[in-house]
Design a protein around this ligand. Structure first.
Ligand code: UT7
Length: 326
């Protein structure tokens, strides 16, 4: 089988910074509490009028430039997002048009924060089967748009950003070695957006009841998330005959530093080999793993030949992992 390889990475975060100090003025919280319980110090928030596709396009342009690929060469676009510009058309559709891609196929994948691993995995399948030569896989969110800034359980975490990867057939040993995707709908009520879909279409009442904002049982999410991280990392390592020691860099979904530390400890990975940027970006949903991977690469923490392990979890629940030889 052909191996899919990341040949270009891009990332974009809105310019506007929201610090913990600024949040202190909005809800009953403190910088100290947020740092101690989450590791987040600041996050980026989209400007008014700045939508998910605007962030996605910037990340995608950078990824294409770095790949030396033209928009017209893109055969398929997949965007992981839970905060698309509109209910429809898809954000991928808007990206296709505004990037100047030809009328290539495009689709959004709704897998909450695991949208990063889902989009990467789905995009890679098309390259691996030989169906497409150039796939643009993107994770993009404006989670601030579904954040209740009177709810201190969520507004301290959620934020906006986009990341992108250009996938092409590999001509060497580098590439995406394996991916795993999981879901279990029994946990849907731990993290969801009640209104705006067919169950509770938007009405004055749903807006008055703040049902268009994300609701989260943070404490319960925390426990399930650690277990899922550990399970999926263990399985992908085992199937590929690898041990935690073989991994050069673990790039987890940036949800909460304590979740990352707990998972890394149980998996047996020292924090020196775990990439963390949750302190500066907060939880950017489907963008998070892409943004972290791009930053790790830009900082020189990802070198040719390195074995990378990516993993994420999110509402639904969804979770998954990817193994990459760089
Ligand atoms: O991508 C997946 C998305 N979600 C996640 O990954 C979220 C996972 N969960 C978490 O990150 C954490 O559960 C939170 C950061 C949301 C909350 O942290 P926690 O350590 O689980 O706190 P808690 O909910 O157990 O609350 C402990 C205390 C409570 O006060 P009492 O009852 O002990 O007096 C809360 O009311 O902290 C209080 N509290 C806060 N205090 C200051 C909760 N949120 C805040 C806050 N500032 N923002």
């Amino acid at each position: 089988m052909i191996r899919a390889k990341i040949v270009g990475l891009g990332a974009y975060a809105p310019k506007r910074v929201l610090t913990n100090k600024a949040l202190e003025k909005m809800v009953e919280t403190s910088d100290q509490w947020i740092v101690r319980r989450t590791g987040v110090r600041e996050r980026r928030i989209a400007e008014e009028g700045e939508a998910t596709s605007d962030l996605a396009i910037r990340a995608a342009q950078q990824a294409l430039e770095r790949a030396g690929a033209e928009p017209r060469e893109v055969d398929f676009i997949i965007v992981g997002t839970t905060t698309g510009d509109m209910a429809f058309p898809t954000t991928a559709n808007l990206v296709q048009h505004r990037l100047g891609c030809r009328t290539a196929g495009s689709a959004d994948v709704y897998a909450a924060c695991t949208g990063s691993i889902y989009s990467l995995s789905i995009g890679a399948q098309y390259v691996q089967t030989g169906k497409y030569r150039t796939v643009l896989a993107i994770g993009a969110e404006t989670l601030s748009r579904i954040t209740d800034f009177t709810d201190r359980g969520t507004c301290i975490l959620l934020a906006d950003a986009a990341g992108a990867a250009v996938l092409r057939p590999s001509d060497d040993t580098a590439g995406i070695l394996d991916t795993d995707l999981y879901s279990d709908g029994q946990y849907w009520e731990l993290l969801y957006q009640p209104a705006g879909g067919s169950r509770n279409p938007a009405t004055h009442e749903t807006v008055d009841k703040r049902m268009h904002y994300a609701k989260m049982k943070g404490n319960e999410v925390f426990k399930v998330a650690v277990r899922m991280f550990v399970e999926c990392v263990g399985r992908i390592l085992e199937r590929n005959g690898l041990k935690a020691d073989d991994i050069n860099l673990f790039i987890p979904h940036q949800a909460n530093l304590r979740i990352i530390e707990a998972a890394a400890k149980r998996v047996g990975l020292p924090m020196e080999r775990v990439f963390v940027n949750v302190d500066r970006y907060g939880n950017t949903g489907a963008a998070s793993v892409y943004v972290a991977l791009e930053e790790a690469w830009s900082m020189g923490r990802v070198k040719p030949g390195d074995l990378l392990l990516l993993a994420a979890f999110g509402g639904g629940f969804t979770w998954g992992a990817a193994l990459i030889r760089w």
